[in-house]
Design a protein around this ligand. Structure first.
Ligand code: F0G
Length: 351
């Protein structure tokens, strides 16, 4: 029988016990597909894409959310709360709907991609928009959850990081070993912290022979880990990682330094170009923030920080369908033609 979900698959490596409900929405077990065209262009021995947009709510957040929600249920909590640039709120709202919890999400007003906002609303969450960005929203909900009997399900909740580390396990299982390089977008910095934990855990237990270098990508206008201090008004087209003061800052720095990796900034133009090439050359439509992983890998290969001939994996954290507005600005509406073969043929020949 197929085993569904992160809790069933990795119970022995997660903080779950006999009283933890083994819930699932079918998260995890996402494909890791080879990107032949871009990999060859970069001179890499191989490039794989971890398609986290194929999780049930369209992003990697479901891996950590299932653990955080299971633990909230186990503790008897009735309300979960998060601040979010969109994906965490979509995931929290879906799990809350399915498992009978109330969900409150606090988002930066006007700062969330339309598909993500829609998800939170469709799943019945109470969506509250604040003035200011993600950092202000996170500060507010942390304070709220200190005072009220609500469970905070942002990645400052340690169960989130535990669940998210399972993606590193899957990469090792699918490729037979850890890659040389793991490229990943960095916003609030929970995910890079989680992957590094997962890679170290399997390496410690003899399930992989090497540790990857962790290569993190931040958007140039929201790159606190690159400039070395918090950024007051972060700005980038990649709204998921529009974060100026990452909660898991130290985890990201440890991942970078212990793995002899790097965290670098990539421009919005580089992010959108990487997103476009993933779509047109590899058939993968990810959201802008996700493409920061490829953008930073490309920049690192160009600068020599990553040598050719390496085996690399890019984590594509979320589905492109969540943020149609950003890409559609660069697209033309479909050309209208009469419904007859001759007109179609003329239009095709003229294209
Ligand atoms: N990619 C996507 C698609 C994201 O939604 C996020 C974070 C990241 C990358 C960065 O991951 O924060 O662990 O470094 N989204 C959060 C949210 C902040 O609220 O959905 P991180």
């Amino acid at each position: 029988m197929t085993v569904h979900g992160v809790l069933a698959r990795y119970a022995d490596r997660l903080p779950v016990g006999p009283t933890t409900p083994r819930i699932t929405l079918g998260e995890g077990s996402t494909p890791c597909v080879e990107a032949h065209h871009i990999g060859a262009q970069l001179g890499l021995a191989s490039l794989h894409l971890k398609l986290e947009g194929l999780n049930p709510t369209g992003s990697f957040k479901d891996r950590g959310m299932v653990v955080a929600v299971a633990k909230a249920l186990e503790a008897g909590s009735t309300t979960i709360v998060c601040a979010s640039t969109g994906n965490t709120s979509a995931s929290a709202a879906a799990f809350a709907a399915r498992f009978g919890l109330r969900c409150v999400v606090v988002v930066p007003g006007g700062g969330v991609a339309s598909g993500k906002l829609l998800q939170a609303q469709v799943h019945g969450a109470l969506v509250l928009a604040i003035p200011g960005g993600f950092d202000a929203a996170l500060r507010a909900v942390r304070e709220l959850c200190d005072e009220q009997p609500f469970t905070l399900v942002n990645s400052v909740n340690p169960h989130r990081i535990e669940g998210q580390k399972t993606a590193a396990f899957e990469i090792i299982e699918e490729l037979g070993d850890a890659p040389d390089v793991l490229a990943i977008p960095v916003g609030n910095a929970g995910n890079i912290t989680a992957y590094w934990r997962g890679f170290r855990e399997y390496h410690r237990d003899g399930l992989s022979s090497r540790l990857p270098r962790m290569v993190g990508g931040q958007a140039a206008g929201a790159a606190p880990l690159v400039v070395g201090h918090a950024v007051r008004d972060p700005e980038t087209v990649a709204s998921a990682i529009r974060i100026g003061d990452p909660a898991s800052r130290q985890g990201a720095i440890d991942a970078r330094d212990q793995s002899e990796g790097l965290i670098d900034a990539v421009t919005d133009a580089e992010i959108l170009d990487a997103q476009h090439r993933l779509a047109t050359q590899e058939g993968v439509f990810c959201e802008p923030a996700s493409a920061a992983s490829l953008a930073v890998l490309e920049k690192s290969v160009r600068s020599g920080a990553v040598a050719p001939g390496q085996r690399a994996v890019c984590v594509l954290t979320g589905s492109g369908l969540k943020d149609p507005d950003t890409v559609s600005r660069a697209l033309q509406p479909p050309r209208e033609v009469p419904a007859d073969a001759a007109a179609l043929a003329r239009a095709i020949l003229a294209a």
